[in-house]
Structure formats: structure tokens, C-alpha cells
Write a protein that binds this ligand. Sequence first.
Ligand code: FAD
Length: 358
Amino acid sequence: MGSPSHPAWIVPVFLPHLGCPHRCIFCDQHLIAREATPPTPDEVRTRLEGFFRMRKRDRGRRREIAFYGGNFMGMTSEQQEAYLPGLITGEMWAGAFTEPESGSNIATIRTNAVLKDDRWVINGQKVFISLVQNSQRIVVMARTSPYDPQHRTHGISLLLGDLPDDAVRAAPFKKLGNHFMDTNRVYLTDYAVPAENIVGEEGKGWGPLYDVLNPERIILAAAAVGTGNLCIRKAVEYGLERSPWGRPIGSYQALQHPLARARVHLESAKLKVYEAAWLYDQRRDCGIPAAMAKYSAAHAALDAADWAIQVYGGAGYVIDSGIERHWRNLRLYRMSPVSDEMTLNYLAQHDLGLPRSY
Ligand SMILES: Cc1cc2nc3c(=O)[nH]c(=O)nc-3n(C[C@H](O)[C@H](O)[C@H](O)COP(=O)(O)OP(=O)(O)OC[C@H]3O[C@@H](n4cnc5c(N)ncnc54)[C@H](O)[C@@H]3O)c2cc1C
């Protein structure tokens, strides 16, 4: 476990969510995970039992659990014991961070939580929050003390609540793609959660949140590479069959080169994914490789999907071909969970050592 070719901890944990009987994007997206010889559900259960047998001190090092479509966080041992079995067996969680006004500048969120007796009472509005309609839990990022421009991230807390709840109203968006999940405007009105349902320390939720972001980037980059490869495979199959001029269109260099080039970029991105996953597994800093993996995978996969549509010709524009949806779904990764521009801002600052530009 933990070798670069097998991003061990990340893969087994999110795989149980992949047993989807429908042809949803989860199935297509995690091809990297499949290549890495995914464990069976029994193996996952065994790993989880092993996790709970660990000494608490050791467990702390493994406390971040990643799964796509929900979120994970730094949890206490008690919280882990209460929540991880549900997560592993397919419980869905929503993560409510983004707000209409603050957008990418997430430290300036306005949703607030006040401790009343033994409950946090949360009020505010969130936007683009996925899976709220189908989740059993929600992690809400809220201010528990006012914004201080000198210490921008102080006073932010992560609060965990159950769903559904009348105090959480969700209005779904119609979207370009990713129709397998709901994405919502969310209104929180006096949403009360138990005082102990705080993730990390009060006012210091930024740390646990950051623990989420790197594996989320790694997983989404893996998903993008998998989807990009799927598109190439479909394009090659189609290119070998379709022969409007008497020989397969796949024999034309005009189509071969872009597909081959897309493969080069996908393979390069995949190596970056494995590097970042391996560093993460080793508990080493993986921020820069994770950002690079997500950026390069998103672009490589989108290019692959675009060329797959081109190879299909008119058929590629038709929904029944099953190819255009990959392009629509992949387009998201250039802006979420972190946009291209914010990724490059981060790399310019932390990889190149240039002054922070935002
Ligand atoms: C389908 C979908 C699902 C989502 N799911 C979730 C979810 O489950 N939970 C959640 O909390 N959020 C979710 N999001 C929100 C997503 O993370 C944000 O959309 C994303 O972080 C960008 O924020 P924004 O849309 O407010 O863009 P804005 O911040 O308004 O930015 C708009 C544009 O300006 C650029 N920009 C902004 N600031 C800078 C800067 N300083 N320098 C250069 N360029 C800049 C951005 O890169 C972007 O191109 C989801 C979004 C979508 C579309």
C-alpha cells in the first residue's frame, strides 16, 4: 500500500460509492481507481475494522477520509467512530461552503452560527451546494466570530448536521452537466445542530477544510483522467468502424494526432495524480502536485472529450451517442471545486514564489 501506482487510502475509501447500478458518471470517472485493482467491499470493510483497531494516536494520522460528492474532514476519534461506518457503507454528505457574495473568496462568508444552550444555530445562504437533496448529513461552513481582515480565516467553523431538516431549504439549479447529482441554492434558517457537532476547533475550521481540499483535487483529477481515457477509447472504437470514404476514419492522421496527443496529456496528468496521492498517503505536503494534477487532468480530459466528439462527427453532437455528456460533465472541473484561475494563483505564489495576487 502507498506506492505511487496504488494511491491506497484514497482509492479504497471512495470506491464503495461506485457500485452504481445506473450508468452514472461515477462509474465512468474512476477508471484510474479500477486500474489500481480496487478492493472488494469485504476488503474495504476489513480495512475499516483495522482502522478502528489502531491506537488513537495512529488513527489521528489517518483521520482524513476522502470521498467524492461529499466531503471529509478532521474529526475526533468519537466522531470517526460515529460517522465513518455510515460513510463507508454509502451514506451521502453535502459540503456547504460556497456563498453567493463571497464566491472564490471563501474566507468572507456571511453565514453565521451562534451557540444557544447546547446547540449551534445557523443562519445564512449557500450556493452551488451539491447532493443536499439526497444526503443524510451536511457540513456547513459558518462564521462563529466576525470577519477580521488581519486574520481572514479566523472565526470560521465547520458544523455537522443531519438532513433532511425543515430549517434547510434547497432549491436545485438546472445545469449544463453532472445531472447525476443535485446542485442547489441553500437557505439555512435557524438550523440547529448539537454543540459537539463541530469539526475541529471552534473558529479554526479552515485547517480541517484544507485537509479536504487536496484529496478532493486528487480524486477529481483521477476521475477526469478516467473519463478522458474513456472518451479516447470510444473515439478509437468508432474511428475503426466508421468508413464514409471506404476506409476507417481512424486511419486519417488528422484524427490520429489529436487523439494520440490527448493520450500524452492524460498519461502525464495521471502520473501527477499518482505522485500527489502517494505524497498524501505518506502524510507529506501534496498541495502543489495536487493542484497541478487537478489542473492538468481537467484540461487533458476536456480536450480528449472534445476530440472524441470531433471523431464522432454529427453523431458526437447527439445525446444518444453518450459522448457529449462527458464533455459537459468535464467542463465543471475547470471551475469547481477550484477554478483554473485560483489554481494558477496558488501555483504562482507557492510554486513560483511570486507575490500573492489576490
Ligand atoms: C456543479 C457545481 C457543483 C458545486 N458543488 C459545490 C459544493 O458541493 N459545495 C460548495 O461549497 N461549492 C460547490 N460548488 C461551488 C464551486 O466550488 C464554485 O463555483 C467555485 O469555487 C467558484 O466560485 P464562484 O462560482 O463563486 O466563482 P467566482 O468567485 O465568482 O469567480 C468567477 C470567475 O472569476 C475568477 N476569479 C475569481 N477570483 C479570482 C482571482 N482572485 N484571480 C483570478 N480570477 C479570479 C474565477 O476563477 C472564475 O473564473 C459547485 C459549483 C458547481 C458549478
